[in-house]
Design a binder for this molecule. Structure first.
Ligand code: 0RQ
Length: 504
């Protein structure tokens, strides 16, 4: 027994994961903690997968609806998908086994903006939440819960679920307590009030979750680390994308549209490109930057340590082993520079708009007018999901989408005549960036946009075909405001499906 549970009502409920999982029934809607690699339950979900496997082996059907913060630890996602344990998944995944089930039509998947999850569950769009499984790092004398390395939707899960299983993970450093800011002021219309967060570092809530102890049916003790991978050094393409972004920031500073020293709060996605942008900023002239994003990765700790970043707000600390060590050995320092919030706040449109976020997200492809597909390969096969990209892109001060100009060894162009699936419309996209260059679409009509997108962002191998498309689309009588040849608009994609390449 660990010394993390300081309240007897909870201590009396300590059981094994195998016992706890008996509270979960076939057909239940199960809400679990976890956002990116941080804070996923470590014991109860494997026990659930095991229970489902055994139940299936004996001929019984057993699946649950699974609600999360965003993606969860990939082994959890995989284990549950492998046993066909999920009938409905919401709101985000990024794991190959689950992806296959979704694309095969055997797992229902609802891909929604991450800021909408809590309110939609409160509204009852997903029915009754039977049980929540939430990882915490401790329980206080007064019966409040100390969050672990991510917050996600945990506040909402604890509030709405009929029953609760808590995992108390003694691996999470006690020193991390206090880094969290759990805001209890959100409500449903018509009772909403302004969210009084006017700077990235503002604290508007409390450091713990509330819970009704009577709803807690089991407490499971764990001591297991989160499993984020470290960052790989950015490749040449990512570095080229980053350098265009950094040049653009200087351009905006010179025009007086961004503060010279601290710019505006940055939001960036996960991965190689985001990492390259952060590294580039670390080497640049800016000090005292701020970040208002979803996830803090190892790279951010370096920026904070160097003073490049003054403050970072997120909902998840997706750190590698080395990152956790760095955080914990300097926790008193980092606690002054990092806050974790519920995802309804980290991604809140009201706050994103007020703070004037610079939103930088990855994309699969964009079309010549700036519509962006972030989620569906060839318009049909889900990759991950929209995640928080729409929360930030629609409401940001500067909305940028970043991608290599080609994929799959050059056989796919990321700039196409028309995207076969739209996540972000031309109205949301202000800037497109590839390693080829940066297309600033602000103030441009569609016919002007197409030229800039092709010349600045498309790979040279595809430019002629794209210009040819535009010329033909514009040459027909009555070509319209946004010229397209509907019979031809998806020809790049069809050619890829037919021949394995978008090249002519
Ligand atoms: O697949 O690894 O099998 O080759 O997509 O592509 O270039 O490695 O880029 O990891 O940044 O992912 C849009 C998926 C980009 C991501 C997406 C293939 C490519 C590769 C990955 P392989 P890259 P990334 C808030 C933000 C939505 C969620 C979001 C994403 C794989 O950014 O999920 O933005 N975004 N959350 O080969 C077919 C194309 C392709 C393509 C790339 N046009 N067609 N396949 N790929 N382009 C997050 C925070 O705030 C933290």
């Amino acid at each position: 027994e660990s010394n993390r549970i300081h309240h007897s009502a909870f201590r009396n409920k300590i059981v094994s994961a195998e016992e706890a999982v008996q509270h979960i029934h076939a057909g239940d809607t199960v809400a679990i903690s976890g956002f990116a690699s941080a804070g996923t339950p470590k014991a109860v979900t494997p026990a659930l997968a095991d229970r489902i496997r055994r139940s299936r082996a004996s001929g019984a059907d057993f699946a649950v609806n699974l609600l999360t913060g965003a993606s969860v630890a990939s082994d959890t996602e995989r284990m549950l998908a492998e046993v066909d344990g999920i009938s409905l998944r919401m709101p985000y995944q990024a794991e190959p086994t689950a992806r296959r089930s979704i694309n095969a039509g055997s797992m229902d998947y609802v891909d929604i903006h991450l800021s909408h999850v809590a309110q939609q569950v409160w509204e009852g769009y997903y029915g009754h939440v039977d049980i929540a499984v939430v990882e915490v790092s401790g329980i206080t004398e007064t019966g409040e819960l100390i969050p672990s390395a991510s917050i996600g939707n945990n506040k909402t899960w604890l509030d709405v679920a009929e029953k609760i299983i808590l995992e108390v993970n003694s691996w999470v450093p006690t020193a991390m307590a206090g880094i969290h800011d759990v805001y209890y002021g959100t409500a449903l219309p018509p009772h909403r009030k302004p969210i009084m967060l006017t700077a990235v570092e503002d604290r508007i809530g409390q450091t713990t979750f509330r819970v009704d102890p009577d709803k807690v049916v089991a407490v499971v003790e764990t001591n297991a680390r989160d499993s984020a991978s470290g960052l790989t050094p950015p490749d040449a393409v990512s570095q080229a994308i980053a350098s265009h972004v950094l040049d653009f920031f200087e351009h905006e500073v010179s025009r007086g549209r961004l503060p010279a020293d601290s710019l505006l709060p940055l939001q960036s996605g996960i991965g190689n490109v985001a990492n390259a942008v952060l590294q580039g900023l670390d080497a640049g002239p800016h000090k005292g930057l701020t970040c208002y994003s979803e996830v803090i990765q190892d790279g951010m700790l370096h920026l904070i340590k160097h003073g490049t970043v003054r403050f970072a707000s997120a909902t998840s600390l997706a750190l590698s082993e080395a990152g956790i060590d760095e955080l914990v050995s300097n926790i008193d320092f980092y606690r002054e520079h990092i806050v974790l919030r519920p995802q309804e706040i980290s991604n809140h449109p009201e706050v994103v708009r007020r703070l004037g976020i610079i939103a930088m997200n990855g994309m699969l492809e964009a079309d010549i007018y700036g519509n962006v597909n972030s989620t569906h390969v060839m318009g049909t096969k889900i990759m991950n999901g929209i995640g928080g990209s729409g929360d930030f892109a629609r409401n940001g001060y500067l909305s940028m989408f970043l991608s290599p100009s080609t994929a799959k060894g050059g056989s796919i162009s990321s700039i196409v005549p028309m995207v076969p699936h739209v996540d972000h419309t031309e109205h949301d996209t202000q800037v497109l960036v590839t390693e080829q260059g940066l297309a600033d679409l602000r103030g441009l009509s569609p016919r002007r946009r197409s030229r800039v997108v092709i010349d600045k962002c498309a790979h040279p191998d595809y430019r002629d075909a794209l210009h040819d498309y535009v010329a033909r689309a514009e040459s027909v009588a009555d070509a319209g405001h946004t010229p397209h040849l509907l019979g031809d608009a998806l020809s790049f994609h069809q050619r890829f499906l037919d021949t394995g390449s978008m090249r002519l």
